[in-house]
Design a protein around this ligand. Structure first.
Ligand SMILES: Nc1ncnc2c1ncn2[C@@H]1O[C@H](COP(=O)(O)OP(=O)(O)O)[C@@H](O)[C@H]1O
Ligand SMILES: [Mg+2]
Length: 264
């Protein structure tokens, strides 16, 4: 079972988009996929077309149950199925984790423990954290063995990267020595010099393996999001689908390489 967090604290990096579309591709290939929405904004939950839990016990339908639920039964809630994938949804009240978690014994490792309890149930557990460096992001990163880092081309994409690598180094030292960046994905790549330069800089950085680029498609992604569909279901003939398939192929290849590396 691979537990992979899509990590980059920058907002709009295409974390949610990449997690969901790669997750769908893995699921279409016959893998058992669990998506965990760890962002109180619940973008992933909506993007797969699910209702955001409401009411006074809404947060008990989220990963909250695994980290701050009843102490003797800390566990993930039952998932909901969307497009062939299992999904642990999110809602705004999940934000209560931020102030409450630091007071808990081994709080930041509780999602990791809860996921280990379902070892073998899935081939891939993909976690989508919020665009910040708070408790929920920490929980999400510490739950993973591998990270995928979506990097938006242009703007401040590469500046933010330094923060990502620093954080990964710290987590490796203090909690998960085997944590590694399996793949960096250049996202939102357009046909401009700035965009090309930033993909080149990423390739030259030597931080981690880099996948093929995912192109900026200003109507496709937001529209598929509004319809609650993975891109491959919203517009199967769109060239974006082949790009996302390539990223999935490259992720699988890197995971395989990592496995051999670990066996040595
Ligand atoms: N390749 C892309 N081209 C155009 N828009 C994109 C692309 N990828 C994501 N988006 C849009 O950009 C916004 C941010 O993407 P999202 O995946 O939610 O980023 P994050 O989770 O890192 O904040 C969303 O509205 C999404 O529809
Ligand atoms: Mg997101």
């Amino acid at each position: 079972m691979h537990v992979i967090t899509f990590f980059n604290h920058a907002g709009g990096a295409a974390k949610t988009s990449t997690a969901l579309n790669v997750g769908y591709s893995l699921s279409r290939r016959g893998h058992r996929v669990l998506l965990i929405d760890a962002d109180p904004q619940a973008n992933l939950t909506r993007w797969v077309g699910l209702d955001v839990p409401t009411g006074s016990d809404a947060k008990l339908h989220t990963l909250y149950s695994a980290v701050l639920g009843a102490t003797d039964t800390l566990a993930l809630p039952a998932p909901v199925v969307a497009h062939g994938m299992d999904v642990i949804r999110s809602c705004l009240d999940l934000a209560e984790v931020e102030p409450l978690l630091p007071g808990q014994v081994m709080g930041q490792l509780r999602l990791r423990s809860a996921i280990r309890k379902i070892e073998g149930k899935y081939d891939f557990v993909l976690i989508d954290p919020p665009p910040s460096l708070g408790q929920l992001s920490t929980l999400a990163v510490l739950a993973a063995d591998e990270l995928v880092v979506p990097v938006p081309a242009g703007n401040k994409g590469l500046e933010g990267l330094e923060g990502v690598t620093r954080m990964v180094a710290t987590f490796r030292q203090v909690a998960v020595p085997t944590l590694r960046i399996a793949l960096m994905v250049p996202t939102r790549v357009s046909n401009t010099n700035l965009s090309r330069d930033s993909v080149e800089a990423l390739r030259g950085s030597g931080i981690a393996p880099i996948s093929d680029a995912v192109t900026e498609r200003p109507s496709l992604y937001p529209n598929s999001q509004l319809q609650g569909l993975p891109v491959a279901l919203y517009d199967p003939r769109n060239p974006a689908v082949a790009e996302l398939e390539a990223v999935t192929d490259q992720l699988l290849a890197q995971l395989e390489t990592g496995r051999h590396g670990a066996a040595k």
